[in-house]
Design a protein around this ligand. Structure first.
Ligand SMILES: C[S@@+](CC[C@H](N)C(=O)[O-])C[C@H]1O[C@@H](n2cnc3c(N)ncnc32)[C@H](O)[C@@H]1O
Length: 144
């Protein structure tokens, strides 16, 4: 049976919106995760699949996974697709450990760079780089 929502049930102004992967990257016109969460609690069916054809940064997809549903997202924006994939895909313990190790190593390298200066990494030249990038930005791009 379809229930109706009272207007007050959609006031999320005092709620925390950045939990789990929700605040991984800024995205315009994000809605609070509590919105799809509330709707899923009312209408969702665990084990079923939800389709968000305008998935944006994946808020609904993340909430669907938390709720126990499969989630499919589509978006015309490639950044949105990447964000949604990263935010809504569960990691295995092995993958999680690999990322943790990578972050630890990165922290070690960054602290070394802070004292010894940036390493002189040779990176392949970008075709037309003098046309597209000023020298200072070429240096920065090469570093990262
Ligand atoms: C406000 S976001 C949607 C938020 C999303 N439902 C969520 O859970 O966070 C709107 C999205 O619609 C996408 N969009 C607009 N027109 C579209 C189209 N014709 N086909 C696919 N995506 C589209 C935009 O790229 C944008 O990411």
């Amino acid at each position: 049976m379809i229930k109706s929502f009272k207007e007050t049930e959609f006031d999320f102004s005092v709620e925390e919106t950045s939990y789990l992967s929700h605040s991984l990257h800024p995205y315009p016109a994000k809605f609070p995760p509590q919105l799809p969460k509330r709707i899923l609690q009312q209408y969702g069916v665990k084990g079923q699949t939800i389709l968000d054809p305008f998935c944006g940064s994946g808020t609904t997809l993340v909430e669907a996974r938390i709720f126990g549903m499969n989630a499919i997202g589509v978006d015309v924006n490639g950044l949105s697709v990447l964000l949604s994939l990263v935010k809504a895909t569960s990691l295995t313990q092995k993958q999680f450990s690999k990322i943790e190790a990578f972050i630890s190593e990165l922290k070690v390298q960054i602290s070394k760079w802070k004292t010894l200066g940036r390493p002189n990494i040779k990176v392949k030249e970008i075709e037309g780089q003098d046309h597209w990038f000023q020298k200072m930005f070429q240096k920065k791009l090469r570093f990262f």
